[in-house]
Design a protein around this ligand. Structure first.
Ligand code: ATP
Length: 250
């Protein structure tokens, strides 16, 4: 469903992605693992149209994804749940969800998707009139996932859903991801929490310095020295949360 080949991208003179190759099949959950700064979020940025590619190809459902502007990608069923959640803090939970179904294709399914999101995350239903900025980190993560689901996606791009969350909250969020995956939505999951990622992904890739250095099924990845090596010298997710000024959320 998604085929990335020879992808290069970066910021100004600094090239971050240096010939990235990977694919995600229909209905698959695939994770992209690697330490801080290897280019995972940049990859999500290129796929969602926020960061331009300088070289390479991305096929999505047979089409040239890089030729489409961001909003057309969403219309084609590709939705991003961004790193750091990025909910609109002054809007209510329900207003945030409505923004996820802004495009014409998604608007037709709005009522049904809203029911599905509230069934998946009853907490969001309870808090539908509350300002999103007053929600806990875990609730905001659920809202970011729900907002992505509102666009009626066929493929979700999930960028570090575990970031800054306490272990029990991570479990709840990954339980929801498993439920979403069972509805046959394809998922590309970027994570530093390899344990959580490999609990839902069937397959994955290890990234280092803008390239894939290893790929395999979840069982092979758990054993792979490449995965361990990818994190040596990298900072832990906790360090990163602290750097971004986020407290671990109970
Ligand atoms: P992290 O988990 O820390 O987000 P990552 O693997 O997702 O790591 P990226 O966020 O893609 O990595 O960052 C890759 C490199 O690109 C880093 O060196 C980062 O400093 C740099 N970078 C990211 N965003 C920008 C930007 N907007 N402008 C300039 N450099 C950037």
């Amino acid at each position: 469903m998604l085929q990335v080949s020879g992808l290069h991208a970066g910021y100004g003179d600094s090239e971050v992605l240096q010939g990235l190759d990977f694919d995600v099949g229909a209905g698959e959950v695939v994770c992209l693992l690697g330490a801080n700064g290897v280019g995972k979020t940049t990859t999500m940025g290129v796929l969602s149209g926020l960061v331009p590619a300088s070289e390479g190809r991305v096929r999505y459902d047979g089409a040239d994804l890089l030729a489409l502007p961001s909003h057309e990608r969403v219309k084609a069923g590709l939705a991003l749940s961004p790193e750091g959640r990025k909910v609109f803090p002054n809007l209510t939970v329900e207003e945030n969800l409505y923004l996820g179904s802004f495009n014409r294709n998604a608007r037709a399914h709005r009522a049904r998707k809203l029911d599905e999101v509230y069934a998946l995350f009853p907490r969001l239903a309870e808090r539908r009139t509350q300002s999103a900025g007053l929600m806990s980190g875990g609730e905001q993560q659920m809202l970011a996932l729900g907002r992505a689901l509102m666009s009626n996606p066929r493929m979700l791009l999930l960028d570090e859903p575990s970031l800054g969350l306490a272990p029990l909250v991570v479990q709840a969020v990954f339980g929801a991801i498993r439920t979403i995956a069972a509805t046959n939505i394809s998922i590309l999951l970027v994570e530093q929490n390899t344990h959580a990622a490999l609990s839902v992904a069937g397959r994955g890739y290890v990234m280092a310095a803008g390239r894939i250095v290893y790929s395999g099924d979840a069982a092979a990845l758990r054993q792979s020295p490449e995965l361990r090596d990818a994190f040596i010298g990298g900072k832990s997710a906790r360090d990163k949360s602290a750097r971004k000024g986020e407290a671990l959320d109970a």
